[in-house]
Design a protein around this ligand. Structure first.
Ligand SMILES: Cc1cc2nc3c(=O)[nH]c(=O)nc-3n(C[C@H](O)[C@H](O)[C@H](O)COP(=O)(O)OP(=O)(O)OC[C@H]3O[C@@H](n4cnc5c(N)ncnc54)[C@H](O)[C@@H]3O)c2cc1C
Length: 636
């Protein structure tokens, strides 16, 4: 297992920092963390600002020296410190217990009714920041907890326990003194014409009561997330494990049990070596961050724990990652893909790129090797399918009602309003923003900017509208950045290299003609979902104020201003844990960081980003337990 160097590399391909000891890595992590931890998952409380940075640094410099050479001890100390701080804070937070019982049928004074569907990243961050006293808020989800999905791969191998990464919804909403009502039910139909949603409670037990009911809304927030996408590949539903099919936490628990089943089966007497090998062949379909992280977790689980318990089959275990693209982690910087592939090769994880799975049976997985056009089959003991996401049936049905049947996900405008539908918003994985192209409005913008109707636009006239253009069409700023242009009027220079004083409409169109090429759809991540939830709650909180005092960009097609600024996503970086206490990360400012220090950063960010002190303490103590005792291999 490779454990030596750690590289932190700037976008200019320059190696700027090499951290070789774990304790120094912690210091490095803390520096980056101060930027990152408030931003990666904004569901969390802000960072305490009382502690001067220098004090933290000098403490860690001394700690680095003291623990240099004792990396395991340094890890444990930090983890224990975080845990004990957590316990204190948790004790404090318990003073505010007891939520009033709310009668669902009571007639409340007529506040606008807001119905929120889903309690994932998007729905929870919306609820967390919404001024619930201003609305009659009801939230619906078939699972009564929030799950910290980035730690799910750790649950599959018992690195953290399932209950450590979930927080009951009622714990989250109890802080609102009953202002928010929660119904544990599944939405089966959205009726936009009648502004209502039909719900069904799915309790297994023989409980009495009405399990089907409906809610009317004035505003609907759809935060239903997405489901697994099998691309209709035969046999996948029946023979694969997922991390997004049923509630994800249950999926992760099923994988954990199945991994142990594979080992227990493989050591039973009477099996041939070929059968044992088959049972111990773990295949992961999809080389994105989730698939790669699961492969890395499984490798660590085997190397650090299972190898001691099942020594008789240690040479028969194999992990294969199948990826249809040319590289794993291809949404990351090339340096991260290369680093991950090299590390996996050293670890003995077989990475098969350029292969498309065509079917899966209970014994074999069949794939087409793109380069050769050949079809081959490999035996497997367990397959985890992790290849992208699809639309939930209830969302698909709603899309058909509102004329979006041909779209992949629910389409919203830049204010997260569902297109073709009044008072309905969609956030998170179930939605995608359709950013307006500047070319669609080019003549309108020109006309609005040409105040004297001269048929040409002067630099001053253009400057008058440029701020609104940049807010309304964020691709302009991205384009300027990509071309290293300082000022938007530099675009005019591009035309013939000279300093133009004014342009015609055709020249204006030509100058901006490439700008829309910078438009990108947002990734389906917790970061996007949480930022959208926070943004939408701030719009709801200031609805009345912004009606009177609009703060958005000017409307080019009509007069006046938009009420709100459009949603703007800020990317704060992304992690890819690679096992063996190493991780890779893309950090703000086009930085990439790889190695042991990045794993430290990962621990710090993920501990600090837990939604409550309770889960923070549980997660950190799970990590501590794993460092001391290893992972638990009981099949429960
Ligand atoms: C294994 C794994 C690892 C991941 N790791 C990362 C990571 O490291 N970083 C990152 O940024 N992102 C990560 N993601 C992606 C991230 O989890 C999603 O982008 C995020 O959860 C999307 O948030 P959401 O609120 O849109 O959907 P979800 O979080 O999926 O929430 C959807 C909600 O809708 C509810 N729901 C479903 N159906 C219904 C229904 N019919 N009626 C009512 N409610 C319903 C669900 O119960 C749930 O509460 C990971 C995802 C997975 C599966």
């Amino acid at each position: 297992m490779e454990r030596s160097g750690t590289n932190s590399v700037s976008s200019s391909n320059k190696i700027t920092q090499v951290n070789k000891c774990h304790a120094c890595a912690a210091t490095h992590s803390l520096l980056l963390l101060s930027d990152l931890r408030t931003s990666l998952f904004p569901l969390d409380q802000p960072l305490d600002s009382g502690q001067p940075q220098m004090t933290i640094l000098s403490f860690f410099t001394r700690a680095s020296r003291a623990f240099n050479g004792h990396p395991a001890a340094s890890k444990l100390l930090v983890l224990c410190t975080i845990s004990s701080g957590g316990l204190l804070a948790y004790a404090e937070s318990q003073s505010n217990v007891g939520s009033p019982i709310v009668d669902p049928n009571q007639n409340e004074p007529r506040k606008k009714r807001v119905v929120v569907l889903g309690t994932g990243w998007a729905g929870t961050s919306f609820l967390k920041y919404l001024d619930a006293s201003a609305y009659d808020v009801q939230v619906v989800s078939p699972r009564n907890y929030f799950a910290f999905t980035p730690l799910l791969p750790s649950v599959t191998c018992g690195t953290v326990e399932a209950r450590s990464i979930v927080e009951p919804v009622r714990n989250i909403i109890k802080k609102r003194n009953g202002e928010i009502k929660f119904w544990e039910a599944e939405c089966v139909k959205i009726d936009a014409a009648n502004k209502s949603v039909s719900l069904r409670a799915n309790f297994d037990q023989n409980l009495v009561g009405n399990k089907e009911f409906s809610l009317e809304y004035d505003y609907l927030v759809i935060a239903l997330g997405a489901q697994v996408n099998t691309f209709n590949t035969p046999g996948v539903k029946e023979n694969c494990h997922f991390l997004k099919a049923s509630p994800e936490v249950e999926d992760a628990q099923k994988i954990r049990m199945s991994v142990i089943d594979c080992f227990e089966m493989a050591v039973l007497p009477g099996l041939s070596e070929e059968e044992r090998r088959r049972n111990l062949h773990f295949v992961i379909v999809g080389g994105g961050p989730t698939g790669v992280e699961f492969a890395a977790e499984l490798h660590d689980y085997f190397q650090e724990d299972l190898v001691k318990l099942y020594p008789m089959v240690k040479d028969l275990v194999k992990i294969t990652v199948i990826q249809s693209g040319d590289h794993i982690l291809n949404m990351f910087d090339d340096r991260i893909s290369t680093f991950a592939e090299k590390k996996f090769t050293r670890d003995g994880i077989d990475v098969q790129t350029g292969c498309r799975v065509v079917s899966v049976s209970d014994k074999e997985i069949t794939m087409k090797v793109k380069s050769k056009g050949e079809v081959c089959s490999i035996p497997h003991g367990l397959v985890v399918w992790s290849t992208g996401i699809g639309t939930r049936p209830v969302v698909r049905d709603f899309m058909q009602q509102i004329g979006q049947a041909d779209k992949r996900v629910l389409v919203t405008d830049e204010w997260l309003r569902v297109k073709g539908c009044e008072d309905v918003y969609a956030i998170g994985d179930c939605a995608s923003i359709s950013q307006r192209k500047i070319m669609e409005d080019i003549f309108t913008i020109f006309k609005a900017a040409d105040k004297d109707n001269s048929g040409t636009l002067t630099v001053d006239e253009f400057r008058d509208v440029v701020d609104d253009i940049i807010i309304r069409y964020p691709q302009v700023e991205l384009y300027l950045k990509s071309k290293h242009l300082q000022d938007v009027t530099d675009l005019w220079k591009d035309l013939d290299g000279s300093d133009k004083k004014e342009v015609t409409v055709e020249e204006f169109k030509l100058a901006l003609s490439q700008v829309d090429s910078q438009m990108k759809s947002l990734p389906a991540t917790a970061q996007v979902a949480a930022q959208q939830g926070t943004y939408l709650s701030s719009c709801f909180n200031r609805r009345e104020h912004c009606k009177e005092h609009p703060e958005g960009p000017r409307r080019f097609k009509s007069s006046g201003q938009h009420e709100f600024l459009p949603f703007r996503y800020k990317h704060f970086g992304q992690f890819a844990p690679l096992g063996g206490e190493q991780a890779a990360a893309e950090l703000p400012g086009d930085w990439v960081s790889m190695g042991h220090s990045t794993q430290w950063l990962w621990y710090s960010v993920y501990a600090s980003k837990q939604v409550s002190w309770r889960t923070r303490v549980l997660v950190v103590s799970d990590w501590t337990r794993r460092f001391i005792f290893g992972r638990d291999s009981s099949r429960i």
